[in-house]
Design a protein around this ligand. Structure first.
Ligand code: PMP
Length: 351
C-alpha cells in the first residue's frame, strides 16, 4: 500500500438498484413509473433552444422554484430544488444535522440515510420498527440531533398518518425534522399541511416516481424561509449550478399538467389494488402499501429463490440481503400488462 492511500476517504457506498437493458425485460426493481412523462415535457424538449446551453443556467433555478411554489401554494422562498431528492437530502444532512448529537431514523428505511451520515461524519441511531414494520413515535422523543424518515416508508410502503407525524414533530421542537415524501403521491396525505405550524419541518419530494422523470433528476424540499435560506447557503458553498437548463424547463412543463399527473398516479394506485389481491392469492403477504411498490414475502418459498427465478425470466424486482428484509421482495407497480406477466410466471413457478 502506498502512503498516499492513507489520504483517501474510505466509505461504504449506497448500492442503487440494477439498470439492466433489453426489450423483453420487465423492470420492477427501482420504483420507476411505467408511464412516460406528461406530453408537455416532450414538447418542451422539442422546443429547447440548444444555443442557450452556451451559457450557465440560472443558479437560483427560479422558473422551477416558482412553479413549485405556486403548485403547493407557498412562497418562492420556501422551495429548494436539487438534482433528484438524493441531492436535496444530502444537502439537508449537511445543513441541518450539525449538532454532534445522533440523528434518528428507522432501522428499516431508505438505506442512503446511513451512507450520508457516514460520509459527513454525523452520528446516528436507528430505532427499530415494531414487528409490523411500523415506526414507534415514542422512540423519537429522546435527545437527538435531528430526525428523518420516509413517509410512506421505504421499502415497506407503509404510510404513517399525520397525527403520528405530528407526535414526532411535537417531541422535537429543538431539532430539524425531515419527512421524505418520495412516494406520497400514491395515496398518502402530505405533511405539507403542517408547515404553517412547524418552522423546523422540511418536506422533501421527487419527480422520479409520480412524475415519471427519474432520468431527469429533479427533487425539491419545502419548508420555512429560514430553512430554505440555510440550505441555499450550503448549496452555494458547494455547487452553484446544480440544476441544468433542460431539467429546469422539463420540470416546469411536468408541473403544469395536473390532469396527466392525476391520471397516471390513479392508474398506478388501481394496479396496486389489483396487485394486492393477486399476490395474496399467490401466497404472498405484505404490509399495506401506499407507495408504488409492494414489499412481499411468500409463505413457502424464500424470497431470494423467487428473486433469482424472476431474474432468469427477465423480470427484475428488488431484493435486499439484510437482516429483517431478507425474506421480502420489493416489487414496483408496473403497467397492468407487466403485472400480468409477473402473476403468470409466479403462478407457474409457485404453483
Ligand atoms: N427517498 C426515498 C425514500 C427513495 O426511495 C428514493 C429513491 N431511491 C429517493 C429518496 C431518491 O430519489 P431521487 O433521487 O430519484 O429523487
Amino acid at each position: 500500500m502506498n502512503k498516499w492511500e492513507n489520504n483517501i476517504r474510505r466509505v461504504v457506498p449506497y448500492v442503487p438498484g440494477e439498470q439492466p437493458v433489453g426489450d423483453r425485460l420487465i423492470k420492477l426493481n427501482t420504483n420507476e413509473n411505467p408511464y412516460p412523462p406528461a406530453p408537455g415535457v416532450l414538447r418542451a424538449l422539442q422546443e429547447m433552444d440548444y444555443h442557450r446551453f452556451r451559457k450557465y443556467p440560472d443558479p437560483a433555478a427560479s422558473v422551477l422554484v416558482e412553479s413549485l411554489a405556486e403548485y403547493h401554494q407557498v412562497g418562492a422562498d420556501q422551495v429548494f430544488v436539487g438534482v433528484g431528492s438524493d441531492d436535496v437530502l444530502a444537502m439537508a444532512f449537511l445543513t441541518f444535522f450539525n449538532s454532534g448529537k445522533p440523528v434518528l431514523f428507522p432501522d428499516v428505511s431508505y438505506s442512503f440515510y446511513k451512507v450520508w451520515a457516514e460520509l459527513f461524519g454525523i452520528p446516528y441511531e436507528t430505532p427499530a420498527l415494531d414487528g409490523d414494520f411500523r415506526i414507534c413515535t415514542e422512540d423519537y422523543k429522546r435527545e437527538n440531533g435531528g430526525v428523518i424518515f420516509p413517509n410512506p416508508n421505504a421499502p415497506t410502503g407503509l404510510f404513517m398518518p399525520l397525527d403520528q407525524v405530528r407526535k414526532i414533530l411535537d417531541g422535537n421542537e429543538d431539532v430539524i425534522v425531515i419527512v421524505d415524501e418520495a412516494y406520497i403521491d400514491f395515496g398518502g396525505v402530505s405533511a405539507l399541511e403542517l408547515l404553517s405550524e412547524y418552522e423546523n419541518l422540511l418536506v422533501v419530494r421527487t419527480f422520479s416516481k409520480s412524475r415519471s422523470m427519474a432520468g431527469i433528476r429533479i427533487g425539491y424540499g419545502v419548508g420555512s424561509p429560514r430553512l430554505i435560506r440555510a440550505l441555499n447557503d450550503v448549496k452555494y458553498s458547494y455547487n452553484s449550478y446544480t440544476m441544468n437548463m433542460p431539467s429546469l424547463a422539463l420540470g416546469v412543463a411536468a408541473v403544469k399538467d395536473q390532469a396527466y399527473f392525476e391520471a397516471t398516479t390513479g392508474r398506478i394506485m388501481a394496479t396496486r389494488q389489483q396487485a394486492k389481491v393477486r399476490l395474496r392469492e399467490l401466497g404472498f403477504s405484505f404490509p399495506d402499501s401506499m407507495a408504488n411498490f409492494i414489499f412481499a414475502s411468500h409463505k413457502r418459498v424464500f424470497a431470494e429463490q423467487i428473486f433469482e427465478a424472476l431474474k432468469k425470466e427477465q423480470i427484475y424486482v428488488r431484493y435486499f440481503k439484510q437482516p429483517r428484509l431478507e425474506n421480502h421482495l420489493r416489487i414496483t407497480i408496473g403497467t397492468d400488462e407487466e403485472m400480468e406477466r409477473l402473476y403468470k410466471f409466479l403462478g407457474e413457478y409457485l404453483g
